[in-house]
Design a protein around this ligand. Structure first.
Ligand code: PHE
Length: 373
C-alpha cells in the first residue's frame, strides 16, 4: 500500500469510527450544583434526571439511539454555569441542556444556549426572566408570580395581614419571589411592615431579625434557600420570635429540618411535589427512586425526572436532534403526564401547574393543600 493510500484509508476508518460512536448515542448535557452551598438541589435534580435517562435507554432509547447524559458540577458557584455550558456545547456537542435548579444559575447559562441554538430545559428555576432569555429556553415548573400569589393568598386566608420580609439579595429567585408576594399582598389588604436583606452564605441574621421583631408582624416571609432559612429559623427562635415563617420552593433541601430541628414548627411553604401524594404515578416514582437511591425523592428529583422525560419525548416527536426542530417539539409539549403534574408548555415556554403547600409540625412536613393556577 502506498503511504498516501494508507493515510487515506486510516483517515476514513478513523472518521467511520467517530461516526459510529456518534450515531448510536445522543449526547445530552446537564449542569447541576452537586457540591457547595446548594448541593441538595443538584444532588436531587441529577438523581431524578439520571433515573429518567436510564429508563428511556432501558426502553430502547430514542430514534434508535441511547441518550448519553454528560453532566458537570457547577459547585453552587456563580460563574461556573457559563463555563460549563460552553464546554458542553462546544466540546461534547450536546443536543440539549438540562439545568439548573437555582434561577441565577439558569440565567447565566441560558444566553449561551440561546446563542448556540441549543435548547435548554430548566427543571426547577421559577424566576420569570429565565425563559424570557429566548425561544430556546424552557422550564417544566411553575413561575414565581404564581408562587408568590399562592403564598400571599395563604397568609391572608390565615388572617396574617402584617408581614415582614427577609430577602436573599444574591439570588434572582429570592428578589423576584419577594416582589411578586408583596405585589399581591399589598393589593389585597396586606401590609408589609418591614423589609430586610441578607446574602447567600451569611450565617448571622440576628440584626435583621431583631429589627423585624420590633414591628410585631403576624408572619415573616422568607423567600430564600434551605441552607440560610434553617439558620434563620433557629436564630428567630432564640430571639423569641414565635410567629410563623413563610417561604417558597427554595426551602426544599435535605438539611432544612436537620438544621432547624423544631424551629420551623408552625411554618408553611409552597413547593412542587409531595412524596405523600397517594396517586399511583407518584407512588410508582417514589418506589423506583427508593430502589435506586435508597431515599425518598424530593421536588428537584421529580422535576429533574420530568425535564428529561419531556426532552426525550420531544426528540421522538421531532424525529431529529437538530436544534430548531427540537425547540419546536419541546415547545409543543401538551398534557405530558409528569410526576409533578400534567405539563403543557405555554407560548412563553413556561408550565402552568398547581403548587403544593406544606406545613411543618414536630420537625416534619405535613401536606396542607394543592393550589391550582
Ligand atoms: N425555584 C427555585 C429557583 O428558581 C429553585 C428550587 C426549585 C429550589 C425547587 C427547590 C425546589 O431558584
Amino acid at each position: 500500500m502506498l503511504p498516501s493510500t494508507f493515510l487515506k484509508t486510516s483517515i476514513a476508518l478513523l472518521a467511520a469510527g467517530t461516526l459510529a460512536l456518534a450515531q448510536d448515542e445522543i449526547p445530552v448535557g446537564e449542569f447541576a450544583s452537586l457540591t457547595g452551598g446548594s448541593a441538595s438541589f443538584g444532588q436531587s435534580s441529577h438523581k431524578g434526571t439520571a433515573l429518567a435517562i436510564d429508563e428511556i435507554n432501558a426502553g430502547g432509547g430514542v430514534l434508535g439511539k441511547k441518550l448519553k447524559l454528560i453532566f458537570e458540577d457547577d459547585q453552587s458557584l456563580a460563574g461556573q454555569p457559563a463555563t460549563i455550558v460552553r464546554k458542553l456545547i462546544s466540546q461534547d456537542k450536546v443536543v440539549a441542556v438540562l439545568g439548573e435548579v437555582a434561577s441565577s444559575k439558569s440565567l447565566e447559562a441560558a444566553p449561551i444556549c440561546q446563542q448556540n441554538k441549543v435548547p435548554m430545559i430548566s427543571p426547577a428555576s421559577t424566576n420569570p426572566k429565565v425563559t424570557e432569555v429566548g425561544d430556546y429556553i424552557f422550564r417544566v415548573c411553575f413561575i414565581d408570580p404564581f408562587q408568590g400569589t399562592v403564598m400571599s393568598k395563604f397568609a391572608l386566608s390565615k388572617g396574617w395581614k402584617k408581614v415582614a420580609i427577609l430577602t436573599d439579595v444574591k439570588q434572582d429567585y429570592s428578589v423576584g419571589l419577594a416582589e411578586f408576594f408583596v405585589k399581591h399582598f399589598n393589593a389585597n389588604g396586606g401590609q408589609v411592615v418591614k423589609e430586610q436583606k441578607y446574602s447567600t452564605g451569611d450565617k448571622d441574621f440576628k440584626a435583621q431579625l431583631t429589627s423585624i421583631k420590633v414591628t410585631k408582624p403576624d408572619a415573616i416571609f422568607i423567600p430564600g434557600y434551605y441552607a440560610e432559612v434553617s439558620l434563620i429559623a433557629r436564630q428567630a427562635k432564640l430571639l423569641g420570635i414565635k410567629v410563623p415563617l413563610l417561604g417558597g420552593d427554595g426551602w426544599v433541601g435535605d438539611s432544612l429540618l436537620k438544621v432547624a430541628g423544631t424551629a420551623l414548627d408552625g411554618s408553611f411553604f409552597s413547593c412542587h411535589f409531595s412524596a405523600d401524594d397517594k396517586s399511583p404515578s407518584t407512588q410508582g416514582f417514589v418506589d423506583k427512586y427508593k430502589a435506586k437511591y435508597g431515599a425518598v425523592p424530593d421536588d428537584m428529583a421529580a422535576l429533574g425526572y420530568d425535564s428529561a422525560m419531556i426532552l426525550a419525548a420531544a426528540i421522538k416527536t421531532a424525529g431529529t436532534t437538530e436544534g430548531d426542530k427540537l425547540r419546536v417539539a419541546i415547545g409543543a409539549t401538551k398534557a405530558h403526564k409528569g410526576i409533578t403534574g400534567t405539563i403543557t408548555l405555554d407560548e412563553k415556554r413556561n408550565a402552568q401547574k398547581p403548587a403544593v403547600i406544606l406545613g411543618i409540625g414536630n420537625g416534619a412536613f405535613q401536606f396542607v393543600e394543592t393550589v391550582a393556577p
